[in-house]
Design a protein around this ligand. Structure first.
Ligand code: NDP
Length: 339
């Protein structure tokens, strides 16, 4: 059995979901309520592969909200993730994806040092960040969507916002070493990590976001920002492809500007309907088939019986592992979202 640990994107989102799901008593609750709410299994899932095999899974809602980080409720945030992991393990789940901010909190607050949650000794082999598949899907989205919008990648400048992150660094590796983009602009706040990435890649320029945006033909957004930033479409090149893989989204603006094409990044579409309800509440256009690539990674690991933490730690994603998970993704009927 596979598992997905997820969370909602904001307090407002959590309140509206509670209202929609028929829990009006939760809909008016504030952040403190969510800080004390325990994890819950809220969906039972069945997925059938393109090969015909069917597997079962569970969705664990951690009750984490990004506002917990913004308001420095760090203890609550870390407790949410550890409790959700313990809940998944207690329920016999073999391989569970740490969706969205779950893996970021795990890494940033070094939760690998806390193995024991009450009477459960966490077995980290049963968890994966899902970031290898996410990085692979984002790169394939760039490679497939850019030519559709008249952008030749061998001549293109690509900016990666969140370049030094786990997903961002893998995307930079792939785009420079596999795709062969002309120029890479790397955006993040910590200069030392940017310098290290540049040394590893042997190419790329680090730049502030405001400087990079007007120069880019393609922008990949994979920064761990609890809230999106405003982007002025008039300051962008045309055509420009924006692939926003953030969860919550990195871009706050929803714009309809000729020549600027925005794609939901890190999302796959399955070739068969999935028996579940959970994607209705995260605004997928086709909730029966579309899902986050990190969640799909735990499904792939279960289909392939690779019950291991395939994606783990920070900045260790190799091109070989991206290819390996990419092959499994195609084999089982997932494809990167292109519209
Ligand atoms: P990491 O924490 O590993 O990396 C985050 C990156 O963002 C770092 O480069 C960090 O560098 C940078 N960053 C953070 N804040 C800012 C800022 N204000 N301006 C510029 N750069 C910033 O995160 P992951 O790679 O694990 O995840 C990245 C994003 O992808 C998250 O939003 C996450 O929720 C999402 N995600 C999506 C998935 C999907 O299936 N679609 C799956 C998993 C994650 P620095 O701190 O130096 O600025």
């Amino acid at each position: 059995m596979f598992g997905l640990i997820g969370h909602l994107t904001s307090l407002e989102h959590a309140q509206s979901v509670a209202r929609d799901l028929g829990y009006p008593e939760y809909a008016d609750q504030d952040l403190d309520f969510w800080c004390s709410a325990p994890p819950q299994i809220v969906d039972h899932i069945k997925v059938t592969s393109a090969t015909g095999e069917t597997i079962e899974g569970r969705y664990v809602e951690s009750c984490f909200l990004p506002e917990m980080l913004a308001t420095r409720r760090i203890k609550a945030a870390t407790r949410k993730i550890l409790n959700a992991m313990a809940h998944a393990q207690k329920n016999g789940i073999n391989i569970t994806a740490l969706g969205g901010f779950s893996s970021i909190i795990f890494e940033n607050f070094k939760l690998d040092q806390i193995r024991r949650v009450r009477n459960i000794e966490l077995d980290f082999e049963r968890f994966t960040t899902g970031n290898t598949h996410t990085a692979y899907v984002i790169c394939r989205q760039v490679e497939q969507a850019a030519p559709r919008h008249g952008i030749a990648l061998s001549e293109a400048t690509v900016a990666v916002c969140g370049a030094t992150g786990d997903i961002g660094s893998a995307v930079c590796r792939w785009l420079t070493q596999r795709t062969g983009v002309k120029d890479l602009l790397m955006v993040a706040r910590n200069q030392e990590r940017l310098d290290n990435l540049q040394a590893e890649l042997g190419c790329g320029k680090s730049m502030a976001l405001e400087e990079a945006l007007p120069l880019a033909d393609v922008v990949v957004w994979v920064a761990s920002m609890p809230k999106g930033v405003e982007v002025d479409p008039a300051a962008l090149k045309q055509p420009c492809l924006m692939v926003d893989g953030g969860y919550p989204k990195n871009m706050d603006s929803k714009f309809n500007h000729p020549g600027v094409h925005v794609l939901k990044g890190g999302i796959v579409e399955h070739s068969l309907d999935i028996d579940w309800h959970i994607m209705n509440i995260v605004a997928m256009d086709v909730p029966a088939r579309q899902l986050f690539a990190c969640f799909a990674e735990s499904m792939l690991l279960e289909f392939e019986k690779w019950h291991t933490n395939f994606s783990w730690g920070r900045n260790q994603i190799t091109l070989e592992k991206m290819e390996q998970i990419g092959k499994a993704s195609v084999k089982h009927g997932f494809r990167p979202l292109l519209a």
